[in-house]
Design a protein around this ligand. Sequence first.
Ligand code: SAH
Length: 228
Amino acid sequence: MSTPAANLKDTYRHKGLRKALLGKLREMGIADEGVLDAMDRVPRHHFMDDAFVHFAYDNKAFRIGAGQTISHPFTVARQTELLGLPAGAKVLEIGTGSGYQCAVLVAMGFKVHSIERQKDLYDRTTPFLKRLGYRAHCYYGDGYKGKKAFAPFDGILVTCGAPHIPEALLGQLAIGGKLIIPLDDASAGEGKQTMTEVCRVDEGTFTKQTHGTFAFVPMLAARSGLSG
Ligand code: SAH
């Protein structure tokens, strides 16, 4: 299994590569300067196995162990941008994984709660985020259930491909809150998802918009016995 980077240096070379990546993200249509600035401040190479650090600033997804991946920088940027939330907002992430997206959310100034369903990733990433100084509340749990004790959330970000919209997550959105979720879409192709934005307009009214096709690892089936 891969491990997070052991060498936590952030050199001029890394910083330069990161600037170049930000330029690429701008070209690809990321316009929110707050998001670009947050991504400039989070060294993505720290979240990857040392064997891959030379590719950390390519716009690519990488394996992080346990059959999972660290999302493409463009995907992280787009999902964060779609949240459209100000600093101080309370955000729930489903799928902590490597912790990279979580760190970007913390760098945005959000109060971050993040759930991971795989114990080995949870055990590895929780202390790692802490060690790097990113303050987030991490849980080993089932993302289908959300985190009722800390609801409502201004934003919920799902970072794995979901077969449907989990009912519990809708109920945990604040009025005016947004759920950003990649939904399996057979018409987009095998293993592809349509990025979907669901807004809670009032208690019982939700609006839905879509934002193109992405590829995520699957949201693992709900597991009984894991708390929400
Ligand atoms: N945000 C992560 C992306 C990791 S890939 C990052 O930046 O690295 C998606 C993650 O979702 C994986 O770690 C996977 O284990 C997790 N996951 C899959 N199904 C889940 C579920 N039902 N609840 C919580 N996490 C889940």
